[in-house]
Design a protein around this ligand. Sequence first.
Ligand SMILES: [Zn+2]
Length: 264
Amino acid sequence: MTERRPRTYSTKAIVIGQRDYVDSARIITILSPEFGKREIVARGLLKPKSRLAGHLEPGTYCQLEIAVGRNLDIIREAQTIEMFREARSDLQSLTIFLYALDLADKFSLEDTGGELFNPLLTVIQRIAGGYPHSVSIRSFEFELLDSSGFRPVLDQCIHCGSDVPAEDAVWSPTDGGVVLKQCLDNVQRVSSISSRALKVLRAYQEWDFDQLVTIAVDSSLELELSSVMHDLMKTVLERELKSANLVEEVRWWQVSNDHVTKPN
Ligand SMILES: [Zn+2]
C-alpha cells in the first residue's frame, strides 16, 4: 500500500513575500523550518472581513494550518506568533528588515531553504531588538554566503593566494574576494575598498556577534560596507536586489539630511 500524503499540515513559518493572485486571493511565500520556501494561496485575503488578514504581512512569524491543493496548497488558518513591530517602526529598520526577507527568498529554491529559517528569525529579532543594523544584517549576509558555498576570500589574494595587507587590497565581487594590486589584470571586475572597510568585513566574517556589536561603525563606513556587500550579494545571485537599493537610498537620504540639519 502506498502511503497517502496527509491532506492538511501545520507549520511555523515566516512570511517572506506576497503577490496578487485571482480575485481577492493572494499568493504568500513562506519560509518554514520543515518545508523550506513554499508558495501558498491565501483565499479571500483582500476581503474586508478576512480572518487571515493581519497574520500574513511580510515579516510576520506565524503558525499556519495548510490544506494540500492540486497545484498550490491553501492556507486554512493563520495565527501571528510575532509581528516584529519595532522592526517596522522607522524607515531604516524597515528597509533592512525587507532586505533580509528578500535575501531569504532569493537564496532559497522552492521546497528548500529550511536551514535558513533560524538565521532569518535571528536577524529579524536583532533588527527589532535594537542591535546595530550593520552587524545584524552583515552577519546574516555572511551566513547566507557560507551556506551557499560563496564565502568571500578576504585575507588571501584570489589570484595568487598570497596574504593581502588591508592597505594593498582591491575588491572583486565577481571573483568573490580581495586581490593584490599587482594581480589586478587577472580578475574580471574590480572596485576599490578602503582598508578600514576590509578590516571590519574580516571581523564580521570571523568574530562572534557579541564581539561584533562592540565595533563602532560611522555612517560613511556603513555606506561603504553596505555598498560592497550589496554588490557581492547581487553578483552571487546574478540578479538585481531592489530591496538593497532601497536600503542605500534611505541611508544616503539620512546622511545628507544630517548634514543639512546639523549646524556647523
Ligand atoms: Zn595575487
